[in-house]
Design a protein around this ligand. Sequence first.
Ligand code: ZN
Ligand code: ZN
Length: 435
Amino acid sequence: MAVPDHRMARCLVPLPDESLPGFALRLGHRLHLPPGHILWRLGLLGAQTTATIAPSGRLFFIDPVRRERLARIIGTTAQTVDQLTLHPLARRFPPAAHAVSWPRGPGELPKPRQIAPPWILSSFSRYCPHCLAGDGSAVQERHGGPWRRRWRLATSFACVRHRVLLKHECPGCHQPSGLAANGSGPGHHLLLIGNPGLEGLHPAACRNTQAGQRAVTCGYRLDKPADAPLGTLPQNLAELQFRLDRLLDDETAPEDAFATFADLQTITAVVLATWPATADMVPFEQGAAVDEHLAAQEKRLPGFTVQSAPRDEGVFWTYLPRASIGAGAVLSIADRLLSLPDGELMQELGRLAPRCPERDGKRWGATWKLLEREATLVRRAVVQQALRKRPVDRRRRIPSTAWSRRQVIPSLLALKIEGCQGFASENIPQELPDQ
Ligand SMILES: [Zn+2]
Ligand SMILES: [Zn+2]
């Protein structure tokens, strides 16, 4: 059935910093329709006319034709529609630029990538229960507060307004607080909204289904902060989040924000690759969250395939911990290193250099390319000099047979991943082809 493109009689106005899936959930709640129907009505299903699902790539980018039509349908401007996606952040937040493949030739249009780069959470959203509970206004009382767009950035680990760490799991089912999960394994694509056909759920209700029981929906209300004690927000993390948030606002020049995030991307990868060398810079519980993240990555290494990446579970050091406290810890260490004068930063990196795995190790992902292309000139020079490429010591390589037989010795993994099927350098998310 063709999608009608006249304006909807009843609609909602997008809230500031609201994400597209959040908007569709609130609109579905208002109209008593399943969000899947709303996505169809808004013209957001896949490209084929037979498509029945909205791909998660709409989170990053809506093409101009769809954007115009959607603006007409909900009675707003194309710019407001664009603001529902991460696209307007592309000038400030490098991964938002990497999430879209830009045209190589005339006549081609930008397209969202199927696999999100590290630092963009495409399979789940962190959240602040207080924000989801709404601000007390009539419309938010009825349909809940916004699922914020910036909660999809791995650098958002706290809500400075409510002074809490963001949550990353549903307390009901202990799964990532997903709006988007759908099946598992190759061939399953991420959805913009999980279980889009389910109706009658509040926008702040968990849409996860129990494993193996597709009919049982969790439904836990994520906007009920009283049920689960929230992590208190340490002062240094509150200040860091405040500064990171400001980089996304208009008062910061986009190029300054872009450079700051690009430098952080490089240094957080170095922190994770050399962990626990800098663990003494954060309190014990923050360090423990980083330990947990790296242990989970190590566990996934033997079975890692490119298809695992869409679930925000990459094994590269370019991924920040899923848990807010771990992400905050790594970012705060990198931030402190980057606040040092060049000479001292050089000294600190020099201290880490002996613990740094070889630069052609696959787990670096696109770190060195990003350093080359996007880090600030000064910081690039310091990092390049402190962490010079070492000559390859062939004796330290893992034999390819170890990988292919999945009998990798964990202690060697950090040194080198070699000969893994489907794990070539072109498979790192930033470099994946669109299809
Ligand atoms: Zn909040
Ligand atoms: Zn749940």
